[in-house]
Every structure is written in C-alpha cells, then in structure tokens.
Design a protein around this ligand. Sequence first.
Ligand code: HEM
Length: 411
Amino acid sequence: MNMSLTQQKQVYDILSPEALLNPYPLYNQLRLQEPVYFYEPGGFWFLSRYQDVESALLDPRLSSDKAVLYKSQLGNLDINLIKNYIQLTNNWIVDLDPPKHTRMRKLAFSGFTVSALENWRSIIQETTDSLLDKVQHFGGMDIVADLSSQLPSIIIAKIFGVAEEDRLNFTEWGTDIATFWGSPSGIDIEEAARKADIGAMCFTELIKRIMSERRLNRGTDMISLLMTAYEENEMDLDEIPGLCVLILNAGHVTTIDLIPNGVNALLNHPSQLLQLKEKPELINFAIEEMIRFDAPVPVLFRTAASDLIIGNTLIKAGSVVALGTGSANHDPEKFESPEVFDITRNSTEHFGFGKGIHFCLGAVLARMELTICFDTLLKRMPNISFDPDRPAVPKRKSFSFNGFESLDVKF
Ligand code: HEM
C-alpha cells in the first residue's frame, strides 16, 4: 500500500452542505475516530464527545472572546468592515470573560425578576393564541412564517416595551448579526459582514433612542429595569445597548428554530406525538427532549487563552475551539440510544442551553414559551400533520444555528 496514502489524514467536512443538513452521522464518526479534531478548512478544533465538551464549557482557560474567530471569518477583508459589530459585541456577555462577564451578568438578571416572570406567562399565552387565531380557519400553516418567526420576537419586544414597527426592523437586523456571529457557511462573507455591521449600528441606535425616552418615562419593561439597576450600581449606562441587543436577539433567534425543530421531531415520531396528546403532563420532558434531539444551537465557540491539553491533544494558545454541543447531546456514553426521540426520557443534562458561567440567561423564559406554545398548538390543532404538497425546507447557512426556512403543516 502507498505510504503517502496510508498517512493521509481523513478529512471530516463538518461545513459541507450535507453535514450542515444532517451532521449526526459525521458526529458519530468523529466521536469514535477523532474526538478532538482540527478542521483545517475552518481553522478551528472541533470537540464531539460529551465529556470533552462539558470540561471545555467549565474550563476558564477557554475564553469566550471571539475576536480571533471574527478575524478568521473575514479572511483577507478589512476588520473595519465590522467596526460597529465589534463595538456592540464588546458588551455582549456571551462574548465576555470574568470579571466583566460576572459583573454584567449580575446586572442583566435585574431584568428577570419574579414579578416580570409572572407577567410573561399571560403575554406568551395571548400572543400564541392570537397567532393561531389568524391561521385556524385555513386548515394549514407554515410553522416558521406563521408562528415561530413571530412568537418569540413579539414576546421579547413586549417584554422590552419595543413598538411594533421597531420589532419588524430589529428582527431583520438581529438575523443579520446572528448570521455573522454563527460562523456562516456557503454564503458571501463580505455581504454577511456588511449586513451584520449595519444591523449592529441600527440596533444600537434603536436602543439608545428607547433609553432616552425611558430617561423621562421609566416603566416596568426590561430596558427600564436595566437602566435602574445600572444607575443604582453607579455603572456606565453605555453598556446597556450591547446588553439589550444580545438579550433581544438571543431571545428570538434561537426559539425561531426550536419550534419547527420540535414540530418536525414530533411529526416524524407519531407514537411520541400521540403519547404527548394523551399525557399533556409530559410537556416539560418533551421540550427538553426536543432541545437535546435537535438543538437550535449545536456549536459554541471558544478561544484558548493558554496552551491546554484536551484528550491527548495539545491545543495551542490562540486556537479557536468549537464545542460540539449538538454532538455531545447524541453521545451514547451519556444518553442511552441517543438517536431515539423519546419524550419520557429525562434529558435535562443536555447542552442545548450551554453549561457553566454562560448558561442561557433566558432559559426560564424559553422553557415557558415553548411549553405554552406546544401545549396550545396540540390542544387547538390535534390533527396536525406534515403538508405533503409542501415539503419542509431546512435552514443550513450557519454552523451555529440549526432550524428550518419553512415547515408547512395541515391540521
Ligand atoms: C430555545 C431557546 C434558547 C436556546 C436554545 C438558547 C441557547 C443558549 C446557549 C447554548 C447559550 C450559551 C452560549 C455560550 O455558552 O457561549 C445561551 C446563552 C444566552 N442566552 Fe439563550 N437560548 C434560548 C433562549 C434564550 C432567551 C429566550 C433569552 C433571553 C430572553 C436568551 C438569552 C441568552 C443570553 C443573554 C445568553 C448569554 C449568557 C451569558 O453569556 O452569560 N436565550 N443561550
């Protein structure tokens, strides 16, 4: 046998269109053959085992600062192309390390008070019902266009006290920002960077405008709560636009995908759908299983702040490391028969909301939204099924987000 052939390293093309469409077979291979894998075309390491991903999520030597990643995404393009984006993400807790992360996250919690939580429940129920009212008589809908692309953004806009016309703008800006943040694949990177930068500038201006209104007229919305918390702690209010844009954005770009992913999983597993309809009390387990089975955020990026060893592999300081949370959620060492969608499984140890200091700040809100949304959907449309004339179109432009462009159903 030709030595050069035997020595050739196998390439696992994790950014290929096929892998973005269905990464699970590749994840299975990687976990067995190269759990700590350097993906040369992307210039980053990829971790696929539950244990390694968990250790990495808890390792302070892996920084959340993504400057290196953003630069490598740009390739030869000038960094100034994303100057507004960089300025904004400087105050994104998801991109920060302690001590700034700890301080800002503590302040961000002031927006998530117990009384706020109770108000959210009725906002979510009313919004879900009004969206379903609009389509009920049609006997069918696109889960993405008619429900998931609207529900989380309407809810988060109400929580922030953002007007309807501004909501329509921020969802577009937010999507552009998230596309670049999510390590885009197969799209024009210069255009993605430009759009993200414009989105960052416009979104920042919007929050600044709302903040100047709230200076005169403080309310109970999240922007008011954050402004009050910042003033009481004598902190710089200039951090608030970055914090708000992150919460607003994280509050809808993820749930947009989880709803169709969950509907898709249920419709592909009729026995599970039937079981949930017969035993609605399983809803909380079902939601966790939806997140484990097909996570909307299947990869999280970190940068090595110093040399470190993962498995038996040396990762040099400055390297970008992709934590395969979606792969970890399918690791048979952790989850029995991980390829089986089982709504009775107690799968709360999935990494769908991350783990450690960056654990999803909005997990309580997300779980409340998803529970109410699926509960209401199945009660109001118990005969829900795929629309055979309109096949679902998966969304696969980004490595870090996993969802659908459209998912048509009949009921
Ligand atoms: C299904 C819905 C959701 C999913 C799957 C999700 C997923 C995640 C994940 C995986 C992280 C960890 C990021 C990391 O470690 O780098 C995260 C962080 C975060 N999430 Fe969520 N999220 C969801 C909904 C929400 C909602 C509704 C909000 C807010 C209203 C929110 C706000 C945040 C924030 C602010 C962070 C950053 C926390 C930090 O860095 O300390 N998320 N989310």
